[in-house]
Design a protein around this ligand. Structure first.
Ligand SMILES: NC(=O)C1=CN([C@@H]2O[C@H](COP(=O)(O)OP(=O)(O)OC[C@H]3O[C@@H](n4cnc5c(N)ncnc54)[C@H](O)[C@@H]3O)[C@@H](O)[C@H]2O)[C@@H](O)CC1
Ligand SMILES: Nc1ncnc2c1ncn2[C@@H]1O[C@H](COP(=O)(O)OP(=O)(O)O)[C@@H](O)[C@H]1O
Ligand SMILES: [K+]
Length: 474
């Protein structure tokens, strides 16, 4: 499990760990890991031009100590001190001893122009979102010259606890983070600003409490993936009912069923109007069309906006069975819900549910998902480049598999089928949502291999993703 903690949790854990160690040990560990990551990124240090942007806190200290190590290994290291009088004294002395130079204010533009790599040590977990003018000016220069940035602990300027990114902030190629992930490194738009995240172990784990956010890794997914036993049969594996599609959106029915058939349930029943039902039957002969006993429902993908479909949604929500509600079905989710319910909106749908602008959800993804989970008393899966799954009790997971090619029409219909199949096989809404989005993103990556894909390619590749994940466990 990849885990992320809040700033308050991290500060407390650091204090407990530091009490057991000689002063400066943690910063030394952080700086060593950071220097190694920079050397790896550059493919060697000899002759490389590294520019440190150092603020006045410990984050600047980490960057300066790492700079000293890189200078000793043959790099040319310059440092811009944003507040020279308050720069980290130990770090600055180490850098100077190793041959690093402080850049005079008038030469900052030249220093940026000759850098191969910038180390962002402006602020870490002590920073307020946004950047002060002096820092913002240097960051703008770096962007103008297109110099790659390694962020120290976090890209400076992001809101570390939420992943929100009020401008200005740093956009990093790599973020080298210490001890544990920060929420803002995993949740968009912060995750995008962080680039590839590299975690350096500084010995913090034994002091960390339950994480505020986690991301399943292949082995966690493998543990949760249902698989038939020797004596299993279709009914014992779980039956999923799919109520999707309309005369207008026949494809949504075909795709949701396609996703469902790629999951672990033993059987899929389809319930819907004649036209989509005919398409489903023609495309998927294994599907049983018509009502019958099921263990879970998917309702909503391509349901259309006809008012009478509201009855379909309330009927399955009243069935007492686990239910996934997607897309148009979400229009009919009104009061507080009971039982095991997974709601799967994208940003636009969540905005409509919360009666706010889409932009509001896009900027405050975690907060919006949490609010909806509380308000409807259901698990909410907010789709996007980093999909979030949040329970009404506040447990939160983020999915990190996928590629932007997965953002293709009908992809969400396939996702609802996959997650529904996992619900029918007995997973909780939290596990079904997070395992389902992991599989969906991974199948998208395998199908795409860097090129465009259609939604049905994702469904077709889910079994391959399934096999690969199960291979991890054996
Ligand atoms: N506490 C520890 O044991 C460890 C801390 N480490 C480093 O220490 C960092 C935290 O250090 P600090 O608590 O000193 O805090 P920071 O270095 O994150 O930032 C505090 C300083 O930045 C200024 N500042 C705040 N917001 C700003 C903004 N928006 N624009 C410009 N300047 C701003 C503040 O005036 C303050 O001087 C971590 O992120 C990590 O990099 C590491 O060395 C590992 C161990
Ligand atoms: N940039 C992206 N990177 C990775 N996955 C994405 C990206 N954009 C969208 N997705 C995924 O693609 C799917 C799109 O679903 P949705 O918006 O419901 O589309 P549709 O309604 O056309 O099926 C979701 O699983 C979402 O998480
Ligand atoms: K930083």
């Amino acid at each position: 499990m990849r885990t992320a903690h809040t700033v308050t949790q991290i500060r407390a854990a650091e204090a407990a760990l530091m009490a057991t160690l000689p002063e400066g040990t943690l910063m030394e560990r952080a700086a060593t890991g950071l220097a190694v990551a920079c050397a790896d990124y550059l493919g060697g240090t000899y002759g490389a031009g590294i520019l440190i942007i150092a603020g006045s806190g410990d984050n600047g200290g980490d960057a300066l100590y790492a700079g000293a190590r890189l200078a000793r290994r043959g790099a040319r290291v310059d440092a811009i001190l944003l507040d020279p009088a308050r720069a980290h004294a130990g770090g600055l002395a180490a850098l100077r001893d190793a041959g690093g130079q402080v850049v005079p204010e008038k030469s900052r533009a030249d220093a940026v122009a000759r850098a191969d790599l910038v180390l962002d040590g402006i602020v870490g977990i002590g920073g307020k979102p946004g950047l002060r003018p002096a820092a913002a000016e240097v960051v703008a220069l770096v962007e103008r010259h297109g110099v790659p940035v390694v962020a120290v602990d976090v890209p400076s300027g992001i809101d570390v606890d939420t992943g929100e990114t009020p401008e200005p902030h740093v956009r990093a190629t790599v973020t080298v983070t210490f001890g544990t992930h920060k929420i803002g490194l995993l949740v968009d738009p912060g995750a995008t600003a962080a680039g590839a995240v590299h975690l350096v172990d500084i010995g913090l784990s034994p002091y960390l409490p339950e994480p505020a956010l986690s991301a399943l890794q292949a082995e966690d997914v493998a543990e949760r993936l249902p698989a038939p036993e020797r004596t299993s049969q279709k009914y014992s594996r779980g039956v999923l009912g799919v109520m999707a599609g309309s005369t207008q959106y026949t494809g949504a029915a075909v795709l949701a069923v396609g996703g469902a058939l790629a999951g672990p349930a033993g059987m899929v029943r389809y319930v819907g109007p004649e036209q989509p039902a005919n398409f489903v039957r023609a495309r998927w002969p294994e599907v049983v069309v018509g009502e019958g006993r099921v263990q879970a429902w998917v309702v909503g993908s391509g349901l259309g906006t006809e008012p009478h479909r509201a009855e379909d949604v309330s009927r399955v929500l009243g069935s007492g069975l686990p239910v996934l509600v997607d897309a148009d079905g979400l229009r009919h989710v009104l009061g507080r819900l009971e039982g095991q319910v997974l709601l799967t909106p994208h940003e636009g749908e969540l905005a409509r549910m919360l009666d706010v602008e889409r932009e509001e959800v896009a900027t405050h993804r975690l907060r919006s998902a949490r609010e909806a989970a509380r308000r409807w008393n259901a698990t909410v899966l907010l789709k996007g480049a980093t999909t979030l799954v949040v329970t009404p009790e506040g447990e939160a997971r983020v999915n990190t598999t996928g590629t932007p090619w997965v953002g293709t029409a009908g992809s969400g219909d396939v996702l609802s089928g996959i997650c529904g199949s996992l619900l029918a096989a007995g997973l909780s809404p939290l596990d079904a949502g997070s395992v389902g989005s992991y599989l969906h993103g991974m199948a998208g990556v395998l199908a795409s291999r860097g090129g465009p894909i259609a939604a049905e390619d994702i469904a077709r590749t889910v079994p391959e993703a399934y096999r690969r994940i199960r291979a991890v466990a054996t």
